[in-house]
Design a protein around this ligand. Structure first.
Ligand SMILES: Nc1nc2c(ncn2[C@@H]2O[C@H](COP(=O)(O)OP(=O)(O)OP(=O)(O)O)[C@@H](O)[C@H]2O)c(=O)[nH]1
Length: 304
């Protein structure tokens, strides 16, 4: 093709620079057009070749469906709704979604785009970034902040979140929900006799025992010190009671490395009452625990 003499050298240079830059940015810049009939296409796409390959760009210029087919099924309706909202109100499109790569890998993509009316449709000008590493890092941090360091169980913060979720589920479906609060008996004596490290080992073993004794959907947490909680979704008190008894017996029979029968636990249990605030539910289980301690320890008590 002959050189276009009508383009000034400095314009040519800045166009070259722009091309070079867009090819190297860690993401893509794009225009997305939605016609009045709802058809989507990408008139302009430039940037990181790993997200969209060279050959695909030409395809996508005429028909965007190829790219939208690769969006994760869970995220697809949310993205479509966001596009719809953005087009209607002409407000920026902003969301994250998972994109399935042809190699089978799934990447997290963040998109930001500004819409405008154009030729009877909506034209977005935007950028997409691969934020997979950031999403994984955030998930890791979340897990750390939700986990008890010593036992690897959920911590108090996480238990409270799960409790709120399970209470709202119980309210919605009218399903039963039970809570166990467990506290080791005379744990101070174990620390004093066997040392703090052995005490830690008891707590770790106890966490494992709790998880072994319960179902996968039950949530075990360490609330702090030697106090643990087990949340049992879809479980009435009549089922929770034998489970708590089984756990209590398993603890009393287990050799935590200091001889059988040296470690016992008291357990308070309660079933959620519809409409009851979360803290009142916890308080009833706690009253059961207090009563179990008061009645001589190594027992399960449900308080009304
Ligand atoms: N090893 C170890 N000990 C802990 C940890 N957290 C709390 N403790 C100890 O747990 C003990 C709890 O003592 P208390 O609250 O008097 O309760 P207890 O001795 O179990 O007596 P009762 O609950 O009345 O049966 C204290 O000695 C704490 O130092 C921990 O992470 N590791």
């Amino acid at each position: 093709m002959p050189a276009d003499d009508s383009v000034l050298p400095e314009t040519k240079e800045s166009l070259e620079q722009l091309k070079l830059m867009t090819e190297r940015i860690p993401g893509m810049i794009f225009q997305l057009f939605r016609s009045a009939s709802g058809q989507l296409r990408f008139p302009y796409l430039a940037g990181n070749a790993t997200l969209v390959r060279e050959g695909e760009r030409r395809l996508l210029a005429d028909d965007g469906s190829y790219a939208f087919e690769r969006i994760d099924a869970e995220d697809f309706p949310r993205l479509m709704a966001a596009i719809e909202r953005s087009a209607k109100s002409l407000t920026p499109l902003a969301m994250q979604f998972q994109l399935h790569q042809p190699c089978g890998e799934v990447r997290w993509i963040s998109v930001r785009a500004q819409p405008e009316w154009r030729c009877g449709g909506t034209l977005w000008h935007g950028l997409m970034m691969d934020v997979s590493e950031q999403v994984a890092h955030e998930a890791h941090l979340r897990e750390l902040s939700d986990t008890d360091e010593l036992t690897g169980l959920a911590n108090r913060r996480k238990l409270m979140c799960r409790l709120d979720e399970e209470i709202s589920s119980a309210r919605r479906h009218g399903s039963p929900l039970s809570l166990m609060l467990l506290d080791l008996d005379h744990f101070k004596g174990i620390n004093d006799t066997w040392g703090h490290l052995q005490g830690d080992q008891v707590l770790e073993d106890l966490a494992r025992l709790c998880q072994q004794q319960l179902r996968e959907e039950d949530i075990s947490a360490r609330l702090g010190g030697e106090e643990f909680a087990m949340l049992l979704p879809v479980t009435p008190l009549s089922h929770c009671l034998p489970l708590a008894e089984r756990l209590r017996k398993a603890i009393a029979a287990y050799d935590f490395g200091i001889g059988q029968g040296k470690v016992t636990a008291s357990i308070g249990i309660a079933e959620y009452r519809l409409g009851e605030p979360r803290d009142a539910f916890i308080e009833r289980a706690d009253r059961g625990l207090y009563a179990a301690k008061h009645q001589g320890r190594n027992r399960v008590v449900s308080e009304p």
